[in-house]
Design a binder for this molecule. Structure first.
Ligand code: NAI
Ligand code: MG
Length: 479
């Protein structure tokens, strides 16, 4: 494979209304100039998706055949995994082991998982009053716009398009302007797999330009979005003019809660991966660490030692644990929050600044704050970087209270050997995913999404199919 830089619309590679540079955040070098879809190209993509959706070739395709296409796409991603992973790392700055060992294998597994659903979308036969047969059909929604962020570019794209295609929709994928490259590769592979032209269109571009035009377009039936809560709000407002269906997976400030009776070594490791995996640019990052008072001091000491030993560096180096933040803008945001932490009176335990990696790239040290108060900005706002806020708590009720003191509700972790405590926490915490004695686990079969301002709708799992189908109730008089 080679890099693609043009728009994929209706099975053709075309020019946009302008171009933008995508940068390797570890070197600050431009990787490629990519075409940007303006309003005209968004409109062309919507038309081609509509045509492809309504074409009997797709509309009446055997579900087994749809399943086979998705499976074929998974095979092609797997065959090209090395190049795709390397491209993801260059575009995003994440360590290569994350792209190669986690992200791309997840894309493959996810495509196969949803390939399996394509021929299992059954309705119900419903026992209604009177002499009638009533049954339900589950039909695709139509043209789906998928707007995805830069932290897991291809992975999150697959979370949207695998179920959307399995259910028989046509998709327009808008990758983030920071990381457009792997989405274009996926578009190429979808054509090679044999999806009809127009069933998957890929249109890079900036959010307020391409993203906005896609959400506003009356020919788009549904928007599935992952990104910030602020942009999610805008998407919802724009979509209200339809109104069109939306699902939003938004920000987080997830609590990771350690009780004194936990396996503390395992909990330290879990707290580390919880915040530093993916450079902390993870919506479910365990960015608020709550540690029971009696073990707090010893725990933070161990944690800080480990954090300080993590190699920040060249993402292609096997020793690197923390790569480059995605952009200068994101690095500056993270550094600003480190300043807020200091200003608000938290104690900086380790890290706290830019990391020097050969004088180039958007690197930030693994940073741990202690003595954080729940009201501080670093305990309330999504930082999206390698910055951990540590708080102390007294008992289970106190832990639950602090854990829930946030506008967000994406994920939560709890570490304890007491199963009653673990399950009570799981029941009381306001979060779409709860991890007990582990953190950052994902599987294509397990639903993921937010409570509260972390959004609504679910990615992954059987429940995700509801986001991409609509139910039709059919009444048949039997007399
Ligand atoms: P963003 O939410 O603005 O970007 C996500 C996607 O939305 C991108 O594809 C972008 O082009 C698109 N977009 C932006 N404005 C749009 C609009 N008006 N209409 C339609 N689409 C639009 O996030 P951004 O600006 O890249 O990052 C800012 C902060 O957002 C981060 O620091 C982080 O805190 C948070 N974020 C959270 C993510 C999550 O997974 N929860 C992912 C990315 C960012
Ligand atoms: Mg880039």
């Amino acid at each position: 494979m080679e890099l693609r830089t043009r728009l994929l619309i209706g099975g053709e590679w075309t020019d946009g209304s302008g171009r933008f540079a995508t940068v390797n955040p570890a070197t600050e070098e431009t990787i490629a100039e990519v075409e940007e879809a303006g309003e005209a190209e968004v409109d062309a993509a919507v038309r081609s998706a509509r045509e492809a959706f309504e074409n009997p070739k797709w509309r009446h395709m055997d579900p087994h055949r749809r399943s086979a296409l998705l499976w074929k796409l998974a095979d092609l991603v797997e065959q090209n995994a090395a190049f795709i992973a390397e491209t993801e790392t260059r575009d995003n700055g994440k360590p290569l082991f994350e792209s190669a060992k986690v992200d791309i294998p997840f894309v493959v597994a996810n495509l196969r998982y949803f390939a399996g659903w394509a021929d299992k979308l059954t309705g119900d036969v419903i026992p209604v009053s009177g002499d009638f047969l009533n049954y339900t059909l589950r039909e695709p929604i139509g043209v789906v716009g998928a707007i995805v962020p830069w932290n897991f570019p291809l992975n999150i794209a697959s979370w949207k398009l695998a179920p959307a295609l399995a259910c028989g929709n046509a998709v327009i994928l808008k990758p983030a302007e920071q990381t457009p490259l792997t989405a274009l590769l996926l578009g190429e592979l979808a054509l090679e797999a044999g999806f009809p032209p127009g069933i998957l269109n890929v249109i890079p571009g900036r959010g307020p330009v391409t993203g906005q035009a896609l959400v506003a377009h009356p020919g788009v039936d549904k928007i599935c979005f992952t990104g910030s809560t602020e942009t999610g709000r805008k998407v919802m407002q724009t979509a209200a003019a339809g109104p069109k269906k939306i699902s939003l997976e938004l920000g987080g400030k997830s609590p990771n809660v350690v009780f004194a009776d936990a396996d503390l070594d395992a909990a330290v490791k879990g707290a580390i991966t919880g915040i530093f995996y993916g450079k902390g640019e993870v919506c479910a990052a365990g960015s608020r660490l709550l540690v029971e008072r009696s073990v707090h001091e010893a725990f933070v000491e161990k944690l800080a030692e480990r954090a300080a030993s993590m190699t920040v560096g060249d993402p292609t180096d096997a020793k690197t644990r923390i790569g480059a933040l995605v952009s200068a803008e994101q690095r500056d945001k993270v550094l600003r929050y480190i300043d807020y932490g200091r200003e608000d009176g938290a104690r900086l335990v380790t890290g706290g600044g830019r990391a020097d990696v050969g004088g180039k790239g958007y690197f930030v040290e693994a940073t741990v704050f202690d003595e954080v108060d729940s009201g501080m900005r670093i305990a309330q706002e999504e930082i999206f970087g390698p910055v951990l806020a540590t708080l102390a708590f007294e008992d289970l009720d106190d832990a639950i209270d602090i854990a829930n003191r946030t506008i967000y509700g994406l994920a939560a972790g709890v570490w304890t050997r007491d199963i009653g405590k673990a399950h009570r926490f799981a029941r009381e915490v306001q979060a779409g995913t709860v991890w007990v004695n582990t953190y950052n686990r994902y599987d294509p079969a397990s639903p993921f999404g937010g409570f509260k301002q972390s959004g609504f709708g679910r990615d992954l799992g059987e429940v995700a199919l509801q986001e991409y189908t609509q139910t039709k109730s059919v009444w048949v008089a039997l007399d």
